[in-house]
Every structure is written in C-alpha cells, then in structure tokens.
Design a protein around this ligand. Structure first.
Ligand code: IPM
Ligand code: MN
Length: 349
C-alpha cells in the first residue's frame, strides 16, 4: 500500500493528474498493490481565496507520504514567482529533493523537430541539481527603484551539494547501464568559481567510477550538440539553472511538453514527480491537454517506489498509444481528448 499525495495545482494540472491517477489505479489493480491517494488543493485558486500559498504544516504533511504527484503550478491572476517559489521551490528545497531527474527519450511514433533523428538517437537523461545554484534565492537589491539600482543574484554552490549530486549521477549512470557515459555540463571558461568547484569535484569523485566514461562540456556547446548529435549523450549532470534551460531543449527534441516528465528526488526522503510543461492556462478545462507527460511522471514515481514491473507496463502502454493512436503530441491536435488518451493507456496496460 502506497500513500500518494496528489497536488493537481493550476490550469491544466487537474486534468492531467486525473488521467495519471486513473492509470495508477488501473496498474495497481493489475500488479497487485494498493494506493491510498490524498488530494491537496494547493495552487493559485486557493491562494487567491485564502491569501495563503501553502498551509503552515504543508511540509510535515508531505513527509507522511511515500511520494507526491504534482500537476502544474502557475496562475494567470497571480504575479510570477509567488506560486513557483511558494509552492514548487518550497517543496523541492523543504524536502531536500536535491536531484531533478529528466529523461529525454523519443518514443516511436512521436515527432521530433530534429531532422533525420529517431528513437535510437534520442535517449538520454539529465540529472539537474535541484536545491542550490541561482535558485537558492541569495542576493538582493540596493537602491531599488532609483537610477542607481543594483540587483545581485548569487549562485550558491556548496561542496556537499555538488558532491552528492555528482555521486548520485555516477551511480545512476551505472544503474542505467547503457553507454555508461557521464557528461558534466558547466561553464568553466567564465564561471571560474562555481564551475571550477563542479569540475574539480567531478574529477575527484570520478576516480571512484573508472567504469564510467567521463566527459566535460560547456553549456553553450552542449545545446548545440543536443541538437546535432543527441545520440552522443547518455547521462548529463549539471547545475540548477543550466539544467532548467537544457531540459526545455531536451523536452522539445523528445516531442514536446506533452510527453516530458521529471522527478524531484530525495534519495533518503519523499520525492515528487511532475509533468514539466507548466499549467497551460489557455487550454484549461477544455479536455484537450496531452496527459502523457503526467502519466509518465507517475511512471517515474512507480519506478522510484520500486514497482519496476508496473512502471514498464505503463511505459509500454504509453508507447503503444503514441505509436498507434495519437496524431500529434500537441494539445488539441492529438485526435483524442485528454480523458480518451488516459482511457487508451489503461486499455494497453
Ligand atoms: C521547471 C520549471 C520551474 C524551474 C519553474 C516553474 C520555477 O521551469 O521545473 O523546470 O525553473 O525549475
Ligand atoms: Mn524549467
């Protein structure tokens, strides 16, 4: 029996998580495990109604679950930053989910904008540090609102934070056991402090993993190579900000936000899984959003919980639906409604 917290959130989040939960219940019944689901109404509407972004005991509450499934955070009537920082980043930081795991995998039948590239070429994983860097919130204003205004935003990189992320990436690369190549993406030619710490730690920790091929790449070049030769990547490890940027590039080459999922992982604690596409308010309530990203986030959650067979079953069903049914991965162009896509995945389980 797994206790799962579901945070449907804003925009199309609720429609997406509804399909993920539908598939979760179906696969649990078939694989013979139980799920106990608690739905939490956190998000923009609750904030506008109550003035509170998160209840005071939110993190303690979440610590009582086996995993969290998140829909999307972001509301057109709430200024940018409030919900993202107050909910999403608060949970990532508060539960110390220091790994953001983002597979970039093109499934057969899914269109990529990359010319002459197919599923055999696009199958790598980005391990993004998830609690430090530019996201740490260090910095501030001087003389705000005056012509002499100064804004400082500092990237915080701790040896402990960098090392635990790199170690996890090396271990993951081993476990994945494909090309066994780990690429560190940073910017040592300019960020001579932050990237230097990353690179030195990478070389040092790397000595313990002689079976893993080790490569360094500047982030700008990595963007270029992700488009030109995605087949050369196996596992990429990088900091929070670079990871944020390159995983949107990754999402588009794997077929777009309709299929891109990620996990916020605390290997010793409670982890949270989410479609990475955002709340897409213009599609909200129309039953047109693609739920596969949320279903795949749920699949990653099953994998993380140790239900590997159930996870493979869900992934295979998603692949069948991509290959044999959906006309496109884009909202409104799938040839099916959101709930019909969920039904199809259940049928192929
Ligand atoms: C993501 C998102 C978030 C991030 C935003 C919504 C704060 O873009 O999960 O990649 O920057 O991490
Ligand atoms: Mn992002």
């Amino acid at each position: 029996m797994y206790r799962i917290a579901v945070i449907p959130g804003d925009g199309t989040g609720p429609e997406q998580t509804a399909e993920a939960v539908k598939v979760l219940r179906a696969v649990a019944a078939r694989e013979g495990f139980g799920v106990d689901i608690a739905t939490l109404d956190w998000g923009g509407d609750r904030y506008l109604r109550t003035g509170e972004v998160l209840p005071a005991d939110a993190l303690d509450l979440l610590r009582g679950f086996d995993a969290i499934l998140l829909g999307a955070i972001g509301h057109p009537r709430v200024p940018p930053g409030i919900l993202e920082q107050g909910i999403l980043l608060r949970i990532r930081f508060g539960l110390d989910q220091y790994i953001n795991l983002r597979p970039v995998k093109l499934y057969p039948g899914v269109e990529t904008p990359l010319k002459d590239k197919g599923p055999e070429d696009i199958d790598f994983v980005v391990v993004r540090e998830n609690t430090e860097g530019l996201y740490a919130g260090a910095g501030g204003f001087l003389k705000k609102g005056t012509p002499d205004e100064v804004a400082v935003q500092e990237s915080i990189n701790t040896r402990r934070g960098v090392e635990r992320c790199l170690r996890w990436a090396f271990e993951y690369c081993r476990r994945r056991n494909r090309r066994k190549k780990l690429t560190l993406v940073a910017k040592t030619n300019v960020l001579t402090f932050a990237s230097d710490l990353w690179e030195r730690t990478f070389r040092e920790v790397g000595k313990e993993y002689p079976d893993v091929e080790q490569e360094y790449m500047h982030v700008d070049a990595a963007c270029m190579w992700m488009v030109k030769n995605p087949e050369n990547f196996d596992v990429i490890v990088t900091d929070n900000m670079f990871g944020d940027i390159i995983t949107d590039l990754g999402a588009i080459i794997q077929g777009g936000m309709g299929v891109a999922a990620g996990g916020n992982i605390n290997p010793q604690g409670v982890s949270m899984f989410e479609p990475i596409g955002g709340s897409a308010p213009k599609y909200a309530g129309k039953n047109v959003i693609n739920p596969l990203a949320a279903i795949l986030a749920m699949m990653m959650m099953l994998d993380h919980l140790g239900q590997e067979a159930a996870a493979r079953r869900v992934e295979n069903a998603v692949m069948a639906v991509c290959r044999d049914h959906l006309r496109s991965m884009a909202a409104g162009q799938m040839g099916y409604s959101t709930s019909e896509v969920g039904d199809l995945v259940v049928r192929y389980l």
